[in-house]
Design a protein around this ligand. Sequence first.
Ligand code: S5P
Length: 337
Amino acid sequence: MVPSSVVAVVPSSVVAAPSSEEGAVVPSLEEEGVCRPRYHPMEGRSTFEEIGRSPLRRGAIDKIELLKPEGEAMRPDEAWGLRWHSCAHPLSHRYMEVACDKRSLVVLAADVSRVDDLVELVESVGPHIAGLKTHVDMTEGFTIGEWGRVVDVAKKHGLLIFEDRKFADIGRVTETQMGGMYDIRSWADLVTSHSISGPDIVDGIAAAWDSVQRIGGVLLLAQMSSRGNLLEVGYTDSTIEMGTASPHVIGYIGNGSNPDEISSLREKVGEGRMIWTPGVNLSAEEGALGQRYGHPSNAILAGSDAVIVGSGIHKSEDPVAAAKAYGEATWAALMSR
Ligand code: S5P
């Protein structure tokens, strides 16, 4: 697969984040500076590095003609306010732009096990979603060649591809797991990771992207939506501390089923990182096997930047109408927060 390098224009108002032992520094940027998170393999540390003014300006990042729902796209800085100006990771801007183009803050959890079904689903709901979340290891008869069809259809609709791998091992092993038969490093823009094993897991993930000349973003699980999970407040706080120290951490997974938990997470995280929330369904009944659900509007109003919706769309009798309904609910909530 062709490696892509992604950079973005970072607004001048992005301020310096505290530096740490691990060396995570978000520089104060001159107006319209361009930066990207880098892992430096020789030095074993990560930084945000400014790469100066570049022809790869924001408008040129993605030349794909998006298939958009009807209605004028809004300027992302207007739609997202402080979040737009405070987030430094280039992919966070990419997501916010696509969400504005689509007028939807929906990330589809495409939990289907056949590539044909996955491609068909994304093709149909693509105009109403802003990101695609996958579980590649669910795929029956996986081949990297066939998986290219999923990557292509996601790109066609301008979607970031988010592999929900929930890494949890030591850094070195995680780096290797980003390759292997699924070769996640070569196609995923974002991945999830647990923080349980400590901060080096994030550098392991970044090192894998670096080895194929790509950058990506990590979403750390700060909360979970499932009943009885063990991610208690102290764990959430330590996870945020870990994320704040790394330029690769684009944001956190929060519990979409509980607006109070989302608000509290947002208060701790501040404006500079994304919060994406699963556990969202328009009919907020309990899901299968301990999944809990909240309403998409409440999640966004409480401070979530993306609702991760699976069954609510792919199990619906009319996935396109469902995706549209989730998109409209989330966009209206963003406009009123
Ligand atoms: O705490 C979590 C974290 C995640 S990433 N709870 C979750 O449900 N998820 C994921 O979100 C889960 O792996 C699934 O792909 C999706 C929720 O699917 P749904 O069908 O319940 O909407």
